[in-house]
Design a protein around this ligand. Structure first.
Ligand code: FE2
Ligand code: FE2
Length: 303
């Protein structure tokens, strides 16, 4: 089991700084997407609610990640530190690749009857509306907050074999594990850009409080709509049985909630939680197959 530990040298309360010294380059991997998701069937996980939740999450990733890229790009000209500029370049490349990969997955999910097209379109409209109204720094604060949410979910997936085993399709498991690794690799990039351009603690913390509630409400609503359209959910007792499984899953457990709330502490920095050993272990696993990551079943990393 790979250890994940808090970094004591970055004690709570200490003013956070752009901490790029020693940060490894955030590498953009090539992925093979052609026909990778053709084999997916409607059952994405071992239970109904989780399957619809995973589809809803996958649907919001492309517009969400495009928003993250735009938010960070707006401040690129103000980044003087070459180390931070380098990881920003990697962050943009990684997020753009995730967006393309989830688009490919979502097209297949739409064929299977999941409302990924509508959920993605609504997410994109809401984020673009926000960009027209809110200051650029507030959008960057939202990106930094969501990067903490994705890093928290990523750590859960990569540390908890039980969560991974619940994903039925190898291609979906490979997509999410690769995505999770890169979310951990670049987890501090948007945060450090925010800090570098003078983003304050109050805006950062209030943004996370609102983002947490908004994200949970939006994903819950998207999952509910998705479930309502699924004939399998209308079978007597199906939802009750699924709910019994879902409510026990680590995804909705107290540890995830605690880690999300960590971000709301003054002096928080993403590197205070050391995931370098976890990242190294998964890098070795994913990169073992060669330069290009094959997301089709045969080349997918094992559970
Ligand atoms: Fe991503
Ligand atoms: Fe990310």
């Amino acid at each position: 089991m790979v250890q994940v530990r808090p970094v004591s040298s970055l004690a709570p309360g200490r003013p956070p700084v752009a901490d790029t010294a020693g940060t490894p380059t955030v590498r953009v991997r090539r992925v093979r997407l052609d026909a990778a998701f053709d084999g997916l069937d409607r059952r994405l996980t071992d239970d109904l609610i989780s399957s619809h939740l995973v589809a809803a999450l996958s649907a919001v990733f492309p517009p969400g990640e495009d928003f993250f890229v735009r938010s960070v790009r707006r401040f690129r000209h103000r980044i003087a530190d070459p180390g931070l500029a380098r990881v920003v370049q990697g962050f943009i490349g990684q997020e753009a690749t995730h967006s393309r990969a989830h688009d490919a997955c979502n097209a297949r999910l739409a064929e299977l009857g999941y409302p990924t097209v509508g959920v993605a379109r609504l997410t994109d409209r809401l984020l673009r509306l926000r960009e027209r109204i809110a200051p650029a720094k507030a959008n960057l604060a939202l990106t930094a907050a969501f990067e903490h949410v994705t890093a928290t979910l990523a750590e859960l997936l990569l540390t908890d074999a039980g969560t991974r085993q619940r994903l039925s399709a190898p291609a979906l498991k490979a997509l999410l594990c690769w995505h999770a690794l890169e979310e951990l690799e670049h987890k501090a990039v948007a945060f450090d850009v925010y800090r570098t351009v003078g983003g304050g603690e109050t805006l950062r913390i209030l943004t996370m409080k609102a983002a947490r509630i908004g994200f949970v409400a939006f994903i819950a609503a998207a999952t509910l709509v998705s479930l309502c359209r699924d004939p399998a959910a209308h079978r007597p007792g199906a939802l009750r049985t699924s709910w019994q499984t879902f409510r026990r899953s680590a995804l909705v457990g107290p540890e995830v909630r605690r880690r999300l709330r960590d971000y709301e502490r003054r002096g928080f920095h993403p590197h205070q939680r050391d995931t370098t050993a976890l990242e190294a272990a998964w890098r070795a696993r994913l990169d073992a197959g060669g330069e290009t990551l094959d997301l089709r079943g045969a080349g997918a990393p094992a559970a």
